[in-house]
Ligand binder design. Sequence first.
Ligand SMILES: *[C@@H]1O[C@H](CO)[C@@H](O)[C@H](O)[C@H]1NC(C)=O
Ligand SMILES: *[C@@H]1O[C@H](CO)[C@@H](O)[C@H](O)[C@H]1NC(C)=O
Ligand SMILES: *[C@@H]1O[C@H](CO)[C@@H](O)[C@H](O)[C@H]1NC(C)=O
Length: 397
Amino acid sequence: MYLLTALGFTLFSTIAAQVDPKATNETKNLYKYLKTVSRDETQILIGQQEFTWLGAEGGHPPYLTDTLQHGRFSAWIYGDYQAKTQQPDDLCDVKRMTGSYPAILGMDLGDRSYKPNITSHWLGRRAYERNEIITLSIHFKNPVTGGSPWIGRDKGDTLKTVKRLLPGGDHNSKLNEVLDEVASWAHSFTDSQGKLIPAIFRYLHELNGGWFWWGLNNKAQNTAQELQELYRYTVQYLRDQKGVHNFLYAYSPDKFASKDDYLKTYPGDDYVDIFGMDWYYASPSDLKTTLHRSVKDVVEMAEKRNKVPALTETGYMGDGINKFPNFWQEYILDILKSEPTTKRIAFVHTWSNHCYGNAYCEIWVPYKGHPAESAFVTNFYNDSLTIFSNQLPQSIY
Ligand SMILES: *[C@@H]1O[C@H](CO)[C@@H](O)[C@H](O)[C@H]1NC(C)=O
Ligand SMILES: *[C@@H]1O[C@H](CO)[C@@H](O)[C@H](O)[C@H]1NC(C)=O
Ligand SMILES: *[C@@H]1O[C@H](CO)[C@@H](O)[C@H](O)[C@H]1NC(C)=O
């Protein structure tokens, strides 16, 4: 790094070091692999949140099944008790349809607990041992109010939270407590040999949106500078204070109008490995052409800085898969295929098929027996561009 700086800015900026120069070899190798896949116009990795943790296909012992019925399905949940006894994670909606797990497993440190969690560690390890890739978001409680990540569900004072968490703010130590838990999660995320498993840490996701306390909006009243500072502070804290060396760092704003708009809260090239974007079809005004432009923007911005572009969350809200059985081809794959640039997105990741407590379920991909199953298998899974777990090379890490 020092040598390169001496050789001059141009060379330095094309080499673009990883955020953590002390990252473990496995983490560095993962980044190299993601870069190779992203520059390759013939491969896009496909991922899903919690695909071995939660699912919609109706109930298979010994999985816990949600007793609440919603339409034709009830849910399954892989429970802590199964992780404790190291039971296989063989149920997965995507695998039951296609024979393969997705290539990327999304997990979340949750609004319930940031603590090392037996289930996330076990399911993450199982995925890693299949050579899959782990990403980690964090829907964390507001450290000032103790309330929900969603401003709308918090009765406390959510204004200017970010400023209060930064050094000099009255709740900086509360933020540090959370980050200490994140670090201890990372330090105990290991394979069966005790070796650290890499994860893509997708911190402050959708930070340009209006729904989380870390949002850039009137309800939260954070500034772009404060959000950048919080991101940088966190990277430094985890990497330099706590010695976390198994993270890649992803920046993933929600919908954006232009490159400048995307970069409004960008913490800087030294703090970001992956240029993510969360983009859902949520209403008729969300057009394929907008998704196309946005993916293209992200690929171009990432390549310019020698980073990795990714579509970190996408899908059709409101169980759109029920209305548009060929969604994954028509609304996603065809857009990515429309030109060489958009084929250079490294991965596409969707949310979990899951049920909440009160007879309300959300699905993003079909499950075995769902009317959209054959379209998903034939037109999406079977397309040569999409890479699932069974097509990953043995040599990622
Ligand atoms: C990491 O990789 C480097 C270069 O390939 C090697 O020299 C080093 O021994 C590796 N470190 C570990 C801990 O395996
Ligand atoms: C692990 O996380 C899940 C999901 O957040 C939660 O339901 C479960 O209680 C946690 N387990 C432990 C042991 O903390
Ligand atoms: C998948 O594609 C192969 C050839 O590319 C074809 O033989 C097979 O029938 C397809 N399977 C499905 C389910 O579409």
